[in-house]
Design a protein around this ligand. Structure first.
Ligand code: CUA
Length: 314
């Protein structure tokens, strides 16, 4: 049996997960015990004291000081236990260990991006080493999002114009889902990502390598990977259908009418400008909602995307 799994919950992937689950389990079983007990007694009394034969009967009046004290004292003790227990966990989950590695998390419609002190960036995928406390310094570029990693039992709102902080220490390698749990618009349900937990030596290698096409990968294939990894697919279709943004099908070389009435032909420079300064030239009929990828995408990433877009013919 997989001991890291517990009642209704995903695997315990962080140092705080087992504590969170223990308290959750305690509250769950206590609630279930009282729910079943109260329901059973209600049903029993309904049957026992039902008025029979239409005759008026007086229900026996139960008076017991001992009983009253019992049902005041026991729930009070239980609630105090839950409060003290929960408060201790809460404090532990909010005090970031001093030896933490810091990663900047940015939420925006509709993807997550991650910036490391060493300069590496990632979109949609948070890569971390196992057994190392990681501090997440989070903010939003637009509306309120919420960063949730069920396997780590952490969840924290991500707000514009303000930093929020959370931390975790992964206890096992693997991939774990990130969800946005604050309704943030049309793409909310697609605003998910992955935490990839690597052994320490592999993480060091990943940090050094940064990005770029892998061994034997063409720029076009690399661009196809970037298209998904950077969540371009949330707003741009490949089949010609109109989404939040124009479709990428047959985009390269297409004549587009801009919101100011001018017409341009889509070329390398237009694509590059649209990725870095999306507000510079807007295709008519679309809302100005494209986020800038300045500081997120490297030149090699943009080269890959251009190669990929060129390959998407009508
Ligand atoms: Cu971001 Cu929901």
């Amino acid at each position: 049996m997989d001991t890291t799994r517990s009642l209704f919950l995903p695997p315990q992937g962080s140092t705080v997960a087992s504590d969170v689950d223990a308290l959750f389990g305690f509250i769950f079983w206590i609630s279930l015990f009282f729910f079943v007990g109260v329901t059973a007694l209600t049903v029993y009394f309904c049957i026992k004291y039902k008025r029979k034969d239409g005759k008026g009967e007086t229900t026996p009046y139960i008076e017991s000081l001992a009983l009253e004290i019992t049902w005041i004292v026991i729930p009070t003790i239980l609630l105090m236990v839950i409060f003290v227990w929960g408060f201790q966990d809460f404090i532990r989950m909010h005090i970031v260990p001093a030896n933490s590695m810091e990663i900047k998390v940015t939420g925006q419609k509709w993807f997550w991006s991650f910036n490391y002190a060493e300069g590496a960036t990632g979109v949609g995928e948070l890569v971390v080493p196992v057994g190392q406390p990681v501090k997440l310094l989070m903010s939003s570029k637009d509306v309120i999002h919420s960063f949730f990693v069920p396997a780590f039992r952490i969840k924290m709102d991500v707000l514009p114009n303000r930093y929020t902080i959370t931390w975790f220490e992964a206890t096992m390698t693997g991939e774990f889902e990130i969800y946005c749990t604050e309704f943030c618009g049309k793409g909310h349900s697609e605003m998910w990502g992955t935490v990839k937990v690597l052994p320490k030596d592999e993480f060091a290698k990943w940090l050094e390598a940064g990005s770029g096409p892998g061994e034997g990968e063409s720029m076009k294939e690399y661009g196809a990977r970037m298209f998904v990894k950077n969540a371009c697919n949330t707003c741009h279709s490949l089949d010609g259908s109109k989404n939040v943004g124009p479709t990428f099908q047959g985009l390269f070389g297409r004549r587009e009418v801009m919101s100011d009435g001018t017409t341009i032909t889509v070329d390398e420079n237009y694509i590059r400008e649209s990725i870095l300064s999306p507000m510079a030239k807007q295709v008519v009929g679309y809302d100005p909602v494209m986020p800038t990828y300045q500081g997120i995408l490297k030149d090699v990433d943009i080269d890959g995307l251009i190669a990929y877009i060129k390959s998407l013919e009508n």
